[in-house]
Design a protein around this ligand. Sequence first.
Ligand code: ABU
Length: 446
Amino acid sequence: MRQKGKGQTLDFNLSKKGTSRRDLLKICENAVKYSVRTSHPYFRNQLYGGVDPYALAGTWLSEALNTNQYTFEVAPFFMTTERAILKKIREIIGWPDGRGDGIFAPGGSTGNMYGIVAARYNKFPESKVEGMFGLPRLTLFISQDAHYSSIKAAHWLGFGTKSVIAVPTDELGRMIPEELEKCKCGAVPFCVVATSGTTVLGAFDPLEAIAKICRANDIWLHVDACWGGSALLSKKHRHLMKGVENADSLIWNPHKMLGAPLQCSPFVIRHEGLLHKCNSASATYLFQQDKFYDVSYDTGDKSFQCGRKVDGFKLWTMWKARGDNGLEALVSNTFQCAEYVHELIKNRPGFKMVIPEVQCTNVCFWYIPECLRNLEETEEWWTKMEKVAPEIKRRMTVEGSLLIGYQPLKHKNLRNFFRLVLTCQPPLTTENMDFVVSEIDRLGRD
Ligand code: ABU
């Protein structure tokens, strides 16, 4: 496999003979040269970007120490830091004395699966042994704007994607509690996955109202806070997740807004003991109960994985370095930049907002080239408009000045629009926001 780079051919083949140090160095240089600079302030393409330097140092250290996060005997320091950071997260959620349990998951999709499995186990503990045999048909509720991982989980967990009901959302993309109430029909409802910070619009589902419905109907409430969970760190913004303390479980991705290196996905659960009962397989070569130390530090059996990377330490390092106040300042700055750019775009000719207010730190808008301005928004107009974002994206990718994503939102009948994603690293400024907007204007010229 040979790929042509600018002015040189890159050799990706592997051969019997090794490679000299000089050539290896060249390969390293090329890896850097041909990789996307995701830490550049204008990489705003995905729900991650930038890296926290303290967390990166933590990652380098744990990678170099190369251990496995399943038992205290091979990872005493990291098992202790994981325990500490999970407790801190539970405290911030508002669970009394930070009680509960948790585990770092390999990403948000798996974190949602942890919540759904726990919900099923909680209602039907026999499912661990019997699987779906003998169980009634189950129903899982998500919102229309929820992340697709719950649908994948329904397949992987064997109750099937037809058992997932997508509850309608309002104009901002938030689950409508009255619609959830109406949906609770037919099969046995066992879990609602509410979202704090939806992938595209950044909507926060109303957790308090949803929790009330869950409580009244004995339904587990799992919160997918992968994207928006960082709002909990900011006194000014944590109201977006009002009612979160009623959740039974929650997944958060500090590798998204907060800039922890990928991946960093703490899953937490309010019910002590359930995670272990639900997931344990009691491998006797790892989790002997007659060890000489406190085996509650051997948390690996709560996970569905065997080998597990040290993902908690990077977040612990960042938190230790910055403290609650430092993290709050970063999150608040990011929200402020989102509010600033929203106002800037709202009042600028050629830009049209998709939703009227900022919810999380994604800002969604259309760019209207001059030839399409001040015209009636007919079907023909929209057919032309939906080609604009892909073309501007092509131009920005080729120039390399900026990278932001676009997408349609079919269930809301929204044609291709831009989603500008703001994250905490590197800390953004209003000047950065001014540049993003004027650059889109420049790239979008007819
Ligand atoms: N896990 C959802 C992230 C996808 C995105 O960056 O848009």
